[in-house]
Ligand binder design. Structure first.
Ligand SMILES: [Zn+2]
Length: 122
């Protein structure tokens, strides 16, 4: 619930910067290690925007794979099956550089059409 809340906060902050527009789609990036249940997030999000001015906002969730960087050769690679060994030099000295993020990837907005407001209810 807290996550859905912070996503919505981010949307509202962003909307404050773009007066005269309304949000139609928000993209959120979640690291696969962030232990966030996508379905739960979507459920909370939809429950929270219900009957608000953001009720038509669509949530798009993008999952980012876990990435490591090799300390020996600086290669960055995607970790699969928990195998964090460097694919280039086989070093085990690798560090996690991403995979636990939760961030706003993008926000699609549309401009209000003053003449059409209130005429779209069909
Ligand atoms: Zn390496």
């Amino acid at each position: 619930m807290g996550i859905a809340n912070s996503v919505l906060d981010a949307v509202r902050t962003e909307m404050g910067r773009h007066p005269g527009t309304y949000p139609c789609k928000i993209g959120v990036r979640i690291g696969e290690m962030a232990a966030i249940d996508q379905d739960a997030l979507r459920f909370c999000f939809e429950a929270m925007i219900l009957e608000t001015d953001l009720s038509s906002l669509e949530l798009a969730i993008e999952v980012c794979p876990r990435r490591h960087r090799c300390q020996a050769c600086a290669r960055e690679f995607v970790v699969r099956d928990y195998d964090s060994r460097c694919p280039q030099c086989a070093s085990l000295e690798t560090v996690c550089i991403s995979g636990d993020e939760l961030e706003l990837a993008y926000l699609e907005v549309e401009e209000y059409e003053p003449s059409a407001v209130g005429e779209k209810s069909s």
